[in-house]
Every structure is written in C-alpha cells, then in structure tokens.
Design a protein. Structure first.
Length: 124
C-alpha cells in the first residue's frame, strides 16, 4: 500500500484517499475497500487507539514477512505517536517470535524509513 495521506489530507477530503491515489483507475474496487472500509472505518473504530493499531499492524506485517507494506506502516506508526525507538524495540522483540529472517527484514525496512524520511513531528 502506498497511501500518502496525512491527517490534514483526511480531514480536508472527508476521508482517506491513498488507495485511490495508488491504484484507483487500475483497481477501483480495492481502492474503495482500502480507503472507505480499512482506513475510514476499521482504523477509526473505538476500542484501540491508532497508536495501538499501528503496533498491531507492524507485528502482523513482520510476522508474515510483508516488508513491502512496512514502509508505509512504519511511517504511519510514527504519525500515530509511536517513536522510532519503540518501533525498533518492537521489531527486536518480534524477531524472537516471528523468526530471525522476518525480524532482520523488518529492521532493514525500518532503518531505510528512519534514515531517509523526515522524522515525525514529535521526534524532531
């Protein structure tokens, strides 16, 4: 997923549009479910904070070895209040439960995201 929404974008457009931006013309059904169901509904549910949802998502993606999705979700986690140090610690902890190759791959993605992206506002 290559959603590039910011919290301001979501508020100004009335909802998430990253799926539409990424592949709306190519796969409109998947873009719809990504934007309207996953991000506008599931991520907005009561019961877990966005910060906690981000940590759960990072854990699931690491466990499944879905590193292509981690680039977006690591940055999204920072925007949801998870610090880079917390994310590195979570991945280190996950490595023992998800397998060394999955943990090493996830940490490689984290290193790339954290060293090439602008830090989240609270980490500047």
């Amino acid at each position: 997923m290559s959603e590039n929404n910011t919290h301001e974008d979501v508020e100004s457009t009335g909802g998430w549009t990253g799926g539409q931006q990424a592949f709306g013309d190519f796969a409109p059904g998947l873009a719809h479910y990504t934007d309207k169901v996953l991000f506008d509904e599931v991520w907005e549910r009561d019961g877990l904070s966005k910060r906690d949802r981000s940590l759960v998502t990072i854990a699931a993606l690491t466990a499944m070895g879905k590193t292509d999705q981690l680039t977006f979700h690591l940055d999204f986690a920072r925007r949801n209040g998870v610090t880079e140090d917390e994310l590195k610690e979570a991945i280190t902890h996950l490595t023992f439960y998800t397998g060394w190759p999955n943990g090493m791959s996830a940490m490689t993605v984290a290193k790339n995201v954290f060293t090439t992206d602008t830090p989240a506002p609270e980490e500047r």
